[in-house]
Design a protein. Sequence first.
Length: 78
Amino acid sequence: MNDPIDELRTVIAGLPPAPAQSARYFQKVRDRAYTITDADVDELKRQGLSEDEIFEQTVGVAIAEGLRRLDRAAEVLE
């Protein structure tokens, strides 16, 4: 059976890069996702991103950040 964490890494690596104009939003997802509002998402829609793109990229960024934190924690515990 494959390691689920490795499977997540593979999926995240296969996502297209986030559009440059959405960099501020995705930094917010990484640093303080709890502050994201409907207005943040509406701004991405105004920039031309579809709801599916916003969802996929948001989940991808959140998982990537979670994996980054997991890796740092593992380094500390070694």
